[in-house]
Design a protein around this ligand. Structure first.
Ligand code: PRX
Length: 698
């Protein structure tokens, strides 16, 4: 399945320097290891597992699974019988066994240039233990779910690893989500505690996170699920903060000065939050609790298949799915992919620009790098703030060697030309990476030529929240690259391309991307709804995990992701379900029906184009348009920005009443070639929609 030979022409190779020290220095070596990983997974993964600490050893085979719904319940089990603790492996093992206590785990770079902190492995271990003790003192136990809603600060890593230390299950909600989305996620996983911060800056915009968190908690109460505890980190409030709320808080409950941060070099040049809402019945101060907590905490030893975390991803029904990952398999997979895909070396400074609120941040800011004892940059800010050179300034400041970002960021920066990039040297860079969506060859070339100055291979990593880590990816010193292709499978991963009838296609072909067997990092279930897990990923083609992506395999055996083939949109590398946006729209009393499709966008990849049919008697105007945009933002969060709204007196439907989204996509991008429209009930609807397309979308 992996070709014997890869082409030598029209491909890009990693530099010879890289090959000298690389873990996988040639395509032949990759192929040999790949075959071994498939034919002898116990030996392959057993070798990876040797580097970690196991309280008890596995008793059975490495992977046990059923991928075929017709043969019974779907399950995936890895390293049964083994027990471990990930925080022990990421921290204690690095500090005591590998003697990396004084090594920097994170260079934290704040939103504001000049706001910076460093945290060593030893310091991180202490903070994690302290906060683990805090969680225990608040009654959090093994298996309890804890919701985390925080900006990109070191304390976010501390909070997640403190959960891991005591066997609690973290559910991180990206800090750009709305109160409604946070509430929905808290309710779905029945979290007993929320950890948040007062606020943060995104560029020059202050986000009052605690206000949003409070609104979410109120919504939970209204729905009969009162959360008893909310721990708030003080990040951008003035000192001492004025606490406002329904009751005035007893003095001992107030939030003291931010003493901890004063050990780092943090300068606050922006106006600080003057007031923070505070409910003394529920709210607790991070700093007060940490102050009295011991920095020693015995880890809770967890079984391999104990839950590790839940992370919500969009679902095609509109309700997000709680993707559940478990302990041992996820740890090994993150560790192995990080090491080999970024060819990690001990003197690297690695930087992933994603937010920890997404899977990329979970796997490749926290788990993968720390498992490898890496030094990483943790960045709170934006690529465009205070100017469009910020990323390259940081690369030079910390001598970043491996840099991982999203195609949308590359396309955004491309618009400003080469000068902002060339203001900085970027000599330290060795490997570049992308993730989140297909990268168009033009952006790939710019990244390769301008950012990496033709010396750095680009690892175009295809994966999903569900897959836990990279599944199709080049290996930087081994795989000849083709711009826009995620190339070949990672170890243990067997891809296939199926046609509509579920037949496997051989050779050059295009169809559904599926995987034939699990690898350690694949999700185990949808939290609280195993049936939904089976239906979403295993029902369409029994015997395969179905990704929901289309894929092409070329004559050289390279895989090219062609994009989602379900009702999912990928906006700036983040998945949104059309149903989720539609249901937010129809909640407005003026909207009778809504249909949302993606329209290609030069920076975001896809933008949201919405067709709305109004209720009788309502006329469409700019006020209504603004209201609808606001409603969707409030319902889902800032990632759901509606780019175009078109008043649609009628929607194209089949005779049985199904909306023909395929036609709406054509209308949104003004493509007149409609293909087969024999099932369309009323063709005048389409003509009218073409005539009245959004003027801004011409
Ligand atoms: O459509 C694929 C796209 O992002 C989807 C997964 O989104 P999410 O679960 O939010 O995780 C994003 C970060 C891993 C996939 O189904 N996608 C991700 N990476 C790539 C990609 N499409 C093409 N090329 C990629 N490298």
């Amino acid at each position: 399945m992996i070709p014997d030979k890869v082409p030598n022409e029209n491909v890009f190779h990693g530099s010879m320097d890289l090959k000298k020290e690389a873990h996988i220095p040639s395509f032949e070596k990759y192929k040999e290891m790949y075959v071994n990983s498939i034919e002898n997974p116990d030996a392959f993964w057993g070798a990876v597992a040797k580097d970690f600490f196991w309280k008890t050893k596995p008793t059975g085979q490495f992977l046990d699974y059923n991928f075929d719904v017709t043969k019974g319940e779907i399950f995936i089990k890895c390293m049964e019988g083994a027990s471990t603790n990930i925080s022990y492996n990421l921290l204690d093992r690095n500090v005591y066994e590998k003697k990396l206590g004084d090594k920097i785990a994170f260079f934290w770079e704040g939103n504001e240039p000049g706001d910076e902190l460093t945290v060593t492995y030893r310091e991180l271990l202490k903070k994690v233990c302290q906060f683990a003790n805090v969680l225990k003192s608040q009654g959090v136990k093994k298996g309890d779910r804890v919701s985390i809603y925080m900006p990109m600060v070191v304390e976010l890593v501390v909070a997640m690893l403190a959960c891991v230390r005591i066997g609690a299950v973290h559910s991180i909600v990206f800090a750009g989500f709305s109160a409604g989305s946070l509430c929905e996620r808290i309710l779905d996983s029945q979290c007993s505690l929320l950890i948040t911060a007062d606020g943060f800056y995104r560029g020059d915009k202050l986000i009052n996170l605690k206000v949003i968190a409070d609104e979410a908690l109120q919504k939970c109460r209204d729905k009969g699920f009162p959360i008893q505890r909310c721990i708030m980190l003080k990040h951008v409030s003035s000192k001492p903060v004025e606490i406002v709320g329904a009751h005035s808080p007893p003095a001992k409950r107030s939030c003291p000065d931010l003493q901890e941060k004063q050990t780092g070099k943090v300068k606050k040049t922006r106006p600080l939050l003057q007031q923070v809402p505070w409910n003394p019945e529920v709210d607790l101060c991070w700093h007060t609790l940490m102050h009295g907590a011991s920095d020693e905490c015995e880890p809770e030893w967890c079984e391999s298949e104990d839950p590790l975390f839940i992370l919500y991803t969009s679902g095609s029904t509109g309700r997000p799915k709680g993707v559940l990952h478990t302990v041992s398999g996820y740890m090994l997979y993150c560790a192995a992919t990080f090491k080999m895909v970024f060819d990690h070396q001990s003197d690297d400074v690695y930087w992933c620009t994603a937010d920890i609120g997404w899977i990329t941040g979970h796997s490749y800011i926290t788990y993968g790098p720390l498992a490898n004892g890496a030094t990483s940059v943790l960045f709170e800010g934006l690529p465009t703030y205070p100017d469009v050179s910020r990323l390259w300034e940081i690369v030079d400041k910390y001598h970043v060697t491996k840099f991982y970002t999203a195609p949308t960021a590359i396309r955004l920066l491309m618009k400003f030309g080469v000068e902002p990039v060339q203001k900085y040297k970027r000599e330290s860079l060795k490997i570049l990476g992308t993730v989140g969506e297909p990268i168009n060859p033009e952006a790939w070339q710019w990244y390769y030529n301008v950012v990496g100055e033709k010396r750095c291979p680009i690892v175009d990593t295809f994966w999903q929240t569900e897959t836990g880590g990279h599944v199709l990816t080049p290996l930087p010193a081994a795989t000849p690259m083709k711009p826009g292709s995620a190339t070949f499978p990672f170890f243990g991963v067997i891809p296939a391309i199926l046609n509509e009838s579920g037949e496997e296609l051989e050779g050059p072909s295009e169809g559904y991307l599926v995987f034939k067997q699990p690898w350690p990092g694949l999700m185990r279930t949808v939290y609280g709804n195993h049936q939904r897990f089976e239906t979403t990923y295993f029902k369409k083609f029994p015997g395969y995990y179905v990704t929901g992506d289309g894929c092409r395999r070329d004559e050289d055996g390279y895989y090219w992701i062609t994009g989602r083939i379900d009702d999912m949109l990928n906006v700036s590398g983040h998945l949104l379900s059309t149903a989720e946006v539609e249901s937010a729209l129809v909640e407005h009393k003026a909207v009778a029906e809504a249909a949302v499709v993606g329209r290609p966008h030069p920076v975001k990849g896809e933008s949201l184009y919405c067709f709305v049919t109004l209720t009788n008697g309502v006329t469409y105007n700019q006020n209504l348009e603004a209201e609808l945009k606001k409603q969707v933002r409030e319902k889902i969060g800032a990632i759901a920005t509606l780019d175009y709204i078109q008043n649609a007196p009628g929607l194209p439907k089949t005779r049985s009443g199904k909306i023909m989204r395929r036609l709406l996509r054509k209308i949104a991008s003004n493509e007149k070639d409609l293909g087969d429209i024999s099932t369309l009930a009323d063709s005048t609807v389409v003509e009218q929609l073409f005539q009245e397309r959004c003027s801004t979308a011409m």
